[in-house]
Ligand binder design. Structure first.
Ligand code: ADP
Ligand code: MG
Length: 352
């Protein structure tokens, strides 16, 4: 067990790192952020910050000497340099390596027996054309690496769009995935301790637009609830196979054929922000508990309904109205410039 008073290293200094640092502080831990940016928003909530590149071995070694356990809030990180942290990195490097490459991820998920959209790895325009022929349209091309919030993706709605889509994603190694017809999107978020103990939160139903999460609501609709049991089995199978320690998120499509895994995130997730006020233990606190070997907390709901809305880009300018709304929990990430598509904050309403 890593007792309160210890220092938790967090690689990545975005809003997830910030909310992890806040949860760590509440339990009496110190957070130490590692991030290359000038002013990572997590630094405001942390006891210490190292500003260095994610591949800076020397800086990572020094960071390793200053922390008792380390985690990451972001999966687009080079894996090898993090190996200097040894077994104190939780979740381990395998969770990171699988989740950061959409090709590895899909093959791995299929290997655990869970359902994914029909897909092919593509490395050339000919490969894209071949995939379109095999999978039919619509198809979505996604770069294997570095995609998030719908970035690095292009849809192909007919064979004549193959070239434009390949160019749109920059001709990078990619996966081509059949477009799934779904009734809803939802996520299963779980926490797993080193001894295999695990806990699920209720699943949120997630509404996206332009590839970005807008809203998560709990409880999910009936069509999602009917698929939760199977989805949880798939999610725990993934966590067990990875030997994952900490919070793991599995995004699903509720398709007419049952739950289809979209992607996994080896970390706390935007679709779990509602747990800060909507569950007895938030995903952030639970992650800290899991990586420090504390007992997992209750994930019971604190109300009948919870709705989390993201504040994206200049949505954040409505903060004066939002903070005046009785009972609305407003979270602002202190990020500065409200660029289009940038996640600037979120609000949560719990209905008792
Ligand atoms: P990101 O890493 O950007 O979150 P996702 O793979 O989750 O990427 O894609 C973002 C969103 O795009 C999904 O939440 C979903 O709304 C839509 N999408 C992605 N893949 C498919 C697919 N195969 N079929 C239908 N919709 C999809
Ligand atoms: Mg996603």
């Amino acid at each position: 067990m890593i007792p309160p008073g210890a220092t938790i290293g967090i690689v990545g200094g975005g809003q997830l790192g910030r909310m992890l640092a806040i949860a760590a502080a509440q339990l009496g831990y110190r957070a130490h952020i590692f991030d290359p940016h000038e002013q990572p928003c997590a630094a405001d909530a942390a006891a210490a910050v190292t500003r260095a590149g994610f591949d800076d071995l020397l800086a990572l070694e020094e960071f390793g000497a200053a922390i008792d356990v380390a985690t990451y809030e972001f999966e687009n990180l080079p894996v090898d340099p993090l190996l200097v942290l040894g077994p104190r990195l939780r979740p381990g490097p395998r969770s990171l390596a699988i989740a950061q490459d959409r090709g590895e991820e899909k093959a791995f998920i299929e290997g655990t027996g869970a359902r994914v959209a029909p897909w092919q790895a593509v490395d050339s325009l000919d490969g894209v054309r071949d995939a379109v022929e095999c999978l039919g349209t619509p198809v979505v091309l996604k770069t294997r690496r570095y995609g998030y919030d719908g970035k690095g993706q292009a849809w192909i709605r007919g064979p004549q769009q193959a070239e434009a889509a390949w160019n749109a994603i920059g001709g990078e190694p990619a996966v081509a995935e059949a477009g799934i017809t779904f009734d809803a999107e939802f996520s299963v978020i779980l926490a797993r301790s080193e001894d295999g103990t695990h806990a699920f939160w209720d699943s949120a139903e997630n509404a996206h637009s332009d590839g970005i999460l807008r809203r998560s609501t709990v409880p999910a609709s009936a069509v999602v609830l009917a698929q939760i049991e199977e989805a949880r089995l798939a999610a725990i199978g993934i966590a067990e196979t990875l030997g994952h320690v900490g919070v793991l998120t599995v995004e699903f499509f509720a398709s007419p054929d049952g739950p289809v895994v979209n992607e996994i995130a080896p970390r706390v997730h935007n679709s779990g922000h509602w747990t800060i006020e909507g569950a007895e233990t938030s995903q952030f606190e639970q992650h800290i508990r899991a990586i420090c070997g504390l007992p997992l907390g209750s994930t019971a709901l604190t109300g009948r309904q919870v709705a989390m809305d993201n504040l994206i880009g200049d949505d954040v300018e409505s903060w004066p109205r939002l903070v005046a709304e009785p009972g609305l929990h407003v979270h602002l990430y202190g990020k500065g410039e409200a660029r289009t598509g940038r996640k600037m904050g979120h609000t949560t309403r719990v209905t008792l």
